[in-house]
Structures are given as C-alpha cells and as structure tokens.
Design a protein around this ligand. Structure first.
Ligand code: NAP
Length: 269
C-alpha cells in the first residue's frame, strides 16, 4: 500500500503525557509512510486527538466541526470519547492501515438564541445549557414542536446530544443514549415541584426532527447564561431559544463495536 500522500492531523493538549504520546505517535506514523501535521490541515484523512474528552470538545469547536473523522488517544481523566490507550498505539495503527474500523456519525445540537434584536446560532457536541446567571430560580415556558409542555421553574435545562448524554446530562439523572440515535434529551436542573410550581422532574428524550423551544420570562432575559460544551456565553435581552438536531455532523472512528459498552462499564460502574 502506498501511504505517501496520506495526511494525518495530531491535535494534542499541552500536558506532558499528551505531548510525549503525540511525539511517539508522530514517529510511528511517519515510519508507516504518513505525513503528520501538528496543526489542523483540512486535506487530512484523519484527526487524532490526544488528551481527554475536554481536549476533544475543544479540538472540534476550534476547527469548526470538520467532517474529517476523529479518533482519540486518552491521556485525560475519563476519556469517554477517547477510545485508544497510549499503550495500544501500535495496534491502532495496524488496524487503521488494514481498515479494521467503522466510521460513526455523531449528532450535534444546534441552538437559535433570539434576543429582542437578533438571533445567534450555536452548535454543541455534548450539550447546550440554559441556566440562571445569578443563582436565582429561572422560569421557562417549554414547548416541543409548538406544543406547550410546561412552565419550568428551577436552576435551568440541559439539552444534550446522545454522545453528550454521558456527560452533564448523566450527572443530573438523565438517561444514557447510544451515540448514533437521532434524538435530543431535555433534562431539568434542580426542578421545583411543589404546590407553588409544577415542573417535570425527569428528562424527556425527543425525536431528532422535533424543535424544543424555551421561552424566557421577561425578568430573566438579562440574567440567563448559555453554556455550550462548558463555555459560558452571555446575551442581552434573550426572548427565546430554539433547539434542534444540527444539520452539521462529526465523524468518529470506531475500532471495536463493543467499546461503547466496555467504556460504560469501566468508566461509570
Ligand atoms: P471538563 O473538566 O472538560 O469535563 C468534566 C468531565 O466531563 C471530565 O471528566 C470529562 O472527561 C467529562 N466528559 C466530557 N464529555 C463527556 C462525555 N461526552 N461523556 C462522558 N464524560 C464526558 O469540564 P468543562 O470544560 O466544564 O465542560 C466540558 C463538559 O463537562 C461539558 O460539556 C459538560 O458535559 C461536562 N460538565 C459536567 C458537569 C457535571 O457532571 N456536573 C458540570 C459541568 C460540565 P475528561 O476527564 O476525559 O476530560
């Protein structure tokens, strides 16, 4: 096989272990005939992300949701997205060269944040969170495809993708959703359910073609925070936010179909 013109991007975080792993990986790939770039090259056929899940999230955002597949080498803490361990690097390279993998599509969440003046568009890999910025209860009217569902009161709402279902969503009691399912999940953050207020206590999983709309009460329009994959964003005078599955997708190399279940067991149980 002639690998001469095959380019691979290695995107690494800056910690010592990741840099050491990246150096080793680079040498091994060059020996097998690949061209290795340590900055994102859009002609590459593969992105190898070295670090934890946080590094993967940042790599995808920074490079604007490329369609070049990602695979991760885990030098981070949890590494749910990061399938390969540094000690299995040689096995990974062999499997990659022999095409012993599948490419999975990952669904993303998109948000249209409409203020009194204009709308802003966001894309999230794990989730987009709407919460009060001043430790106050926020009140939100929740509709799905134009059908009013509830008047929510509590800390906020998490709208997560299937691959984000094991992140923040999981910590607030949301369900785990297999990453290739075309759905979004709406999970409440500390919902109030009392004689004064009635909010759903559990998360809802909605089909991918639904639009989830959150309409903020006027008094919260300047005290609401949007958090996209851990990054805080502030907008003045938010009126409503619509969420749907994004038209964009990212792709992930999967070397072992059983990996997801092994990962769940080993990382959460
Ligand atoms: P971070 O420190 O980068 O990540 C927090 C933890 O979440 C890390 O252990 C990270 O794994 C893990 N993680 C990220 N994506 C995951 C996924 N899809 N499945 C399972 N675990 C995942 O925190 P950050 O910069 O604030 O935000 C990044 C993400 O952290 C957010 O998108 C959010 O989902 C999550 N988060 C969770 C909580 C919570 O559980 N209470 C609160 C805030 C944010 P690594 O150790 O491998 O990086």
């Amino acid at each position: 096989m002639n690998n001469k013109r095959r380019i691979i991007n290695i995107i690494s975080n800056r910690n010592f272990e990741s840099r050491k792993t990246s150096m080793e990986l680079k040498e091994k790939l060059i020996k097998r005939g690949f061209i290795v770039r340590e900055r994102f090259d859009k002609r590459a056929e593969l992105n190898i992300c070295v670090g934890g899940d946080g590094s993967f999230l940042r790599a995808v955002h920074r490079n604007k949701f490329p369609t070049i597949p990602f695979v991760g080498i885990n030098t981070g803490h949890l590494g749910f997205f990061q399938e390969i361990l540094p000690e299995n690097m040689d096995e990974f390279i062999n499997k990659y060269i022999n095409k012993e993998y599948i490419v999975e599509e990952l669904f993303l969440v998109s948000a249209e944040v409409c203020t009194k003046d204009k709308c802003y568009y966001l894309t999230g890999i794990n989730e987009i969170v709407v919460k009060g910025s001043k430790s106050k209860v926020i009140h939100i009217d929740v509709s799905i495809d134009g059908n009013h569902l509830e008047h929510f009161c509590g800390d906020g709402m998490i709208i997560s993708t299937p691959s984000g279902s094991t992140a923040y969503n999981f910590s607030v009691g949301g369900s785990i959703i297999y990453p290739t399912l075309n759905t979004l999940q709406l999970a409440p953050l500390a919902p109030i359910s009392s004689k004064a207020y009635r909010s759903l206590l559990n998360s809802i999983v909605v089909p991918g073609d639904c639009v989830i709309s959150l309409k903020l009460e006027n008094r919260y329009s300047n005290s609401t925070l949007i958090v996209n994959d851990g990054v805080e964003l502030r907008y003045d005078n938010i009126d409503h936010i619509n969420f749907k599955i994004s038209d964009k997708k990212i792709y992930r190399l999967v070397l072992d179909k059983n990996m997801y279940w092994n990962n769940l067991r080993s990382k959460f149980l």
